[in-house]
Design a protein around this ligand. Structure first.
Ligand SMILES: *Cc1c(COP(=O)(O)O)cnc(C)c1O
Ligand SMILES: [Zn+2]
Length: 464
């Protein structure tokens, strides 16, 4: 009899399984990524997704309050007493008509899933509560990650809030926004600033974790992705279980899109969801590996056998040219997405597309999101910029229902926002023009006045 929960290699020619306690996260035989897998036939499941609404009346139970764990029947890998929750996932799906007009959608058809409301200010908390609970199950004392800032902030929050593990975070030097760096420092994480970028830090942290036996919480960790599945459950819930036509998400390490795909495929296989939404992943143009591989070179899941030669040739080319990821959207400034194959699998079954958005397009979209009432960081706005592009191409129709994921909070990266809006020439030059941003098309400039009542009053009358 197999275990109820186990881990399984995603390579169909291998499918090697290992126990739920294994923390190596890559197949020991073929090196592929692993899934958390369940023997659903022997697990209790809801009869319909609507059954989850019963949890709303049990909100004094932390596991029913959590936006992740109230769906725990769909990620049943941890015994209840091992679960660590800090109230993550209290996020909202907001109808955004002003942004819909910008994107080119009919009123009522665009929704923003605001993951910036999580305790550490990004969607990463959905995955961290799951990985952290798994770390506790296996008795880990130290947990590490490489990060462009949000994974490290989330890990630091969970470690400090629970006092169960020491956080060790690897960041590329000069590659992290102040908001995110501040969180890691304030929450007491051991912060390793590496002379290199995220891709370097990612490589090193895997070596270090292996050598020192430290628990790794990057999204190569399949338990992270189990937690991130719940973002989609909450979107469905907010739409009263009526799936939208499109989910649009920024792509960095491609953990989110992989998790979203897994969520939908499982629901479909379990007979809990009739129609699957289509998935659109948006890269920043300065970190567009996935866009190039998928849209330009035609890389596909190919029943679990993606063209490995194409992938290695692509990365060889990046190395040969000394290409480094570069975008104002630092959370997706990644050239070697660790979840590449899982993302291909997700797009395969969900009619996926990939697009790229320039820093100009990202910041203009971000200003529109802000003016529409929700504050996000640059990477998040890639979803809105990408939706606009897909609408212009006619891939998304004007009357389709679209959900863009706002992955992180506005205050994560105030530097980019102020540089865009302030009109200060030097800041604009330093932060934005150097990245090819030519104009702040939707800038909300502060007005300069002297300390003179009459002038102040006059200025306000003119501008308001
Ligand atoms: C981590 C992150 C992303 C990228 O998500 P992946 O799952 O790595 O593709 C996008 N936006 C924000 C704000 C993030 O923190
Ligand atoms: Zn394998």
């Amino acid at each position: 009899m197999t275990d109820l929960v186990f881990q399984r290699c995603i390579n169909p020619d291998c499918r090697a399984t290992t126990s739920v306690e294994d923390t190596t996260f890559r197949c020991g035989i073929c090196g592929s990524l692993r899934d958390v897998a369940y023997d659903w036939d022997r697990l209790p499941l809801p009869r319909s997704l609507r059954d989850f609404e019963a949890k709303w009346s049990q909100r004094t139970d932390p596991l029913c309050f959590s936006g992740v764990w109230r769906f725990r029947e769909l990620l049943p890998f941890a015994p209840s007493e091992m679960i660590l929750t800090i109230g993550e996932g209290q996020t909202i799906l907001q109808r955004a008509d002003a942004v819909a007009a910008f994107v080119g959608l009919k009123a009522g058809q665009l929704f923003l899933q605001y993951e910036g409301m999580n305790p550490s200010g990004s969607f990463k908390d959905n995955g961290m509560t799951a990985a952290f609970s798994h770390a506790r199950m296996v008795g880990a004392r130290r947990a590490a990650c490489a990060s462009t800032g949000n994974t490290s902030a989330s890990l630091a929050v969970f470690c400090s809030a629970t006092n169960l593990m020491k956080a060790i975070i690897f960041i590329g030097s000069g590659k992290i926004s102040y908001g995110k760096l501040a969180q890691g420092l304030d929450h007491g994480a051991l912060t390793v600033q590496l002379a290199g970028d995220f891709d370097d830090a990612m490589q090193r942290v895997q070596q270090v974790a292996k050598q020192l036996g430290i628990y790794l919480v990057n999204s190569i960790n399949p338990f992270r992705l189990e937690g991130q599945k719940t973002v989609m459950y909450r979107v469905l819930e907010a739409l009263r279980w009526e799936p939208p036509d499109w989910i649009v998400v920024p792509g960095g390490n491609l953990g989110n899109v992989s998790a979203f795909g897994k969520a939908f495929l499982e629901l479909a296989d379990l007979g809990l969801l009739k129609k699957l939404p289509r998935l659109a992943v948006i890269n920043a143009a300065g970190a567009n590996t996935f866009y190039q591989l998928y849209e330009q070179f035609g890389l596909r899941w190919n029943e679990g056998r993606p063209d490995q030669t194409l992938i290695s040739r692509y990365y060889g080319g990046l190395d040969a040219e000394g290409m480094r990821a570069s975008t104002i959207a630092s959370a997706i400034e990644i050239n070697r997405p660790v979840n590449l194959t899982k993302a291909l699998r997700a797009l395969d079954r969900c009619g996926g597309v990939v697009r790229e958005a320039s820093d100009q397009e990202i910041l203009d979209a971000k200003a529109k999101v802000g003016a529409g009432g929700l504050g996000c960081e640059p990477a998040s706005a890639a979803s809105v910029a990408g939706a606009k592009k897909l609408r212009q191409e006619g891939i998304i129709a004007a009357d389709e229902r679209v959900v863009c994921i706002l992955t992180g909070h506005q205050l994560k990266d105030p530097t980019a926002t102020v540089a865009y809006h302030s009109g200060d020439a030097k800041t604009f030059e330093d932060v934005l023009a150097s990245r090819g941003v030519r104009r702040a098309n939707f800038a909300n400039r502060p007005i300069q006045v002297s300390n003179d009542l009459e002038q102040i009053i006059q200025a306000i009358e003119v501008y308001s």
